[in-house]
Design a binder for this molecule. Sequence first.
Ligand code: ATP
Ligand code: MG
Length: 288
Amino acid sequence: MTTTESFASEAANSPTAPIVHLEDVGKSYGNIQALRGVSLSVRQGEITCVLGDNGAGKSTLIKIIAGLHDYTSGTMSVNGEERHFASPRESLDSGIATVYQDLALAPLMSVWRNFFLGNELTRGPFRQLDERAMKRIANEELTKMGISIPDLEQPVGKLSGGQRQCVAIARAIHFGAKVLILDEPTAALGVNQSGVVLKYVVKARDAGIGVIFITHNPHHAYLVGNHFVVLKLGRVALDTQRADITLEQLTTEMAGGSELEALSHELRDLAPDAVADVQDAIQAQEKE
Ligand SMILES: Nc1ncnc2c1ncn2[C@@H]1O[C@H](COP(=O)(O)OP(=O)(O)OP(=O)(O)O)[C@@H](O)[C@H]1O
Ligand SMILES: [Mg+2]
């Protein structure tokens, strides 16, 4: 092994400093405590999956990192610096790009316009839109990522849900995101389209981005994730690296683990009565 090789493997093994770090973060909406004592580290070149049931606090967590809401206790640091974002623009300026499930792109605008939305290229003294350059670059970037969209003039609304997510991911990579937040990117997609999106999630990671992947689906998370955080009722119920958990364990944890087992015992015990009640009700109705 040459010296360079040994250095490279040492660097790969040494944990890098987190790009986003939350310490004991809490968020209340009036008297609703949506998050409590949440600590989380997101590292570049890793996919951090945030899992949890409805109402667990996943969206609240990403809204804090994306600058939509401020946290009410604890600390958040980005690149080692403590931050309270006052707007999504501040988060974006710190290199954090967020792809929301439905709001990722403007449906009536063409693919290339969407690619440059908010970052338009201009030319000449009157700052005319440089359409030629934007079309060329959008085409190059999408091709580089292996995303095939035959006609970049067509409105984004005509693309499939999976293609839309891919365009949004390619755009975030092109504009130099350091952190990419994906809010349930596969939730509304079928198996094939989910596979395509998951492939680009991996490409974003391999481009050195720290990806935060929000999902309900432990199978999707386990396919791509390096790090898993399960939220339950606003608290971190599990925080583990991939090597320390199996898909079965992650699925059980998501489903409620021991709570689910207790519930199934309860249902088994309750079922005979429930069945009898239903039968009584039917008989009573028939007599009427
Ligand atoms: N703007 C708000 N005002 C008041 N309460 C809110 C607000 N947003 C979220 N909450 C509450 O905070 C808790 C966490 O909600 P959040 O949307 O973060 O959950 P989630 O994990 O994203 O759920 P889902 O999977 O359904 O999207 C819930 O009890 C919710 O009712
Ligand atoms: Mg949500």
